[in-house]
Design a protein around this ligand. Structure first.
Ligand code: NAG
Length: 381
């Protein structure tokens, strides 16, 4: 303390002139070592402030997710591109991604397909603020039931009408007819299945997404917002509605979620995410929102349906929506708090789950367990 008072303290008058001049000549740091320590400290504080302030600033480095998932793939993490089966891509590699002028009505143009169940009355009896559209495999009743008990349960959230519907294609296989009968029964009970007549396979996910868009455009045009959300997701529906109620949220041309910038198209043939140049020549995808869950204003589905007439489909459905945005001259928007859109999770944390909007989960049972715990009374943190 004494040293501080006489040396670098505020009272210069007390200081002896010689001392003072010798102080000025002293180097700022006694050694490089001290300098380095200080530098490290400054960098650390800077990083810490940035990372805790808003979005994980590191997420803006486009390759981050790829790096981490490759180096250390978390248990449940899967990128949508992982759904692509390598051999299956080879089967469908003929045309360039954007059709030559005149060529229209491509495979992902949803009006090539026809609804078998469309629950057309659900948006006539009410005007939803938000429609949750969940693509799910026809036989995945466990996922649907878990969602019906959890984030798909309430039709009124934060005072807004919310609707949850499941999107399915046709299940192949020998017991197709039997399955179809079961689905009809399920729909009679819940009135929440939308089904179209395309084959429900991994490679047809882009078709599935576009049929979702067609349903929204033609059967539910009065809704304000919609979300495409995978069936293995945790969704904090309250936080999502609260986000959409914010004054600054656009009502038109709005697409948000976990943004992916400058993602390279994987050209390594050993990779699960390999996409051949014949299918998609650009080295990078346009900016898109990760397919696990993206939210959009409900004017967009009609626009996507229109442009899909002339886009050669590729089976990376989320990047395909990014392509639709690009062709429409639009860009996805960062969410108000981007750290709320999370992909992989490592463990459940009640406090954490009460703040976020999405997380990818491992099983329907996990969803039920986490949801039940989150809804228990008492402070979450
Ligand atoms: C996608 O669906 C169409 C229409 O049902 C079907 O002809 C095609 O074989 C499916 N493609 C794949 C790869 O499953």
């Amino acid at each position: 303390m004494g040293d501080l008072e006489s040396g670098s303290g505020g009272n210069g008058l007390k200081r002896h002139p010689v001392e003072s001049s010798s102080l000025q000549k002293k180097p700022l740091f006694h050694s490089w070592f001290q300098f380095l320590i200080l530098l490290c400290l400054v960098v650390f504080i800077l990083c810490y402030t940035l990372s805790s302030s808003s979005l994980s600033w590191w997420q803006s480095f486009p390759l981050h997710v790829q790096w981490t998932s490759r180096l250390n793939p978390p248990r449940h993490y899967r990128h949508p591109q992982q759904r692509v089966e390598l051999n299956e891509i080879h089967k469908t590699t003929q045309d360039p991604p954007v059709a030559p002028t005149g060529t229209q009505y491509h495979q992902a143009y949803p009006r090539n397909y026809h609804f078998i169940m469309d629950n057309t009355e659900v948006c006539k009896t009410k005007t939803p603020f938000l429609v949750l559209m969940v693509p799910v495999a026809p036989n995945n009743i466990a996922a649907r039931d878990a969602i019906r008990q959890t984030w798909g349960k309430d039709s009124l959230v934060q005072g807004e009408v919310v609707l949850t519907l499941f999107m399915l294609g046709l299940s192949g296989g020998a017991d197709g007819e039997q399955q179809q009968e079961k689905l009809k029964q399920e729909n009679l009970q819940h009135h929440d299945l939308i089904q179209s007549d395309f084959m429900d396979t991994y490679l047809n996910l882009t078709i599935k997404t576009m049929v979702i868009m067609d349903w929204l455009a033609t059967r539910c045009p009065t809704a304000a917002y919609a979300m495409k959300i995978d069936s293995d997701m945790f969704l904090n529906i309250d936080n999502l509605v609260i986000m959409l109620q914010r004054p600054g949220i656009p009502k038109l041309n709005y697409l948000t979620g976990m943004l992916m910038w400058n993602r390279p198209v994987v050209r390594s043939k050993d990779s699960k995410w390999y996409v051949p140049e014949e299918m998609y020549p650009d080295p990078q995808y346009p900016t898109y929102t990760l397919g696990m869950g993206y939210v959009f204003s409900n004017d967009l589905p009609e626009k996507y349906v229109d442009v899909s007439k002339s886009i050669k489909p590729f089976n990376i459905e989320d990047a395909y929506i990014g392509m639709c945005m690009k062709i429409l001259g639009l860009e996805p928007t960062s969410p108000p708090n981007p750290s709320q859109f999370k992909a992989y999770n490592t463990r459940y944390d009640r406090c954490e789950y009460s703040k976020i909007i999405t997380y990818i989960l491992g099983s329907p049972q996990e969803l039920i367990n986490y949801w039940t715990d989150m809804k228990k009374p008492g402070p979450p943190c």
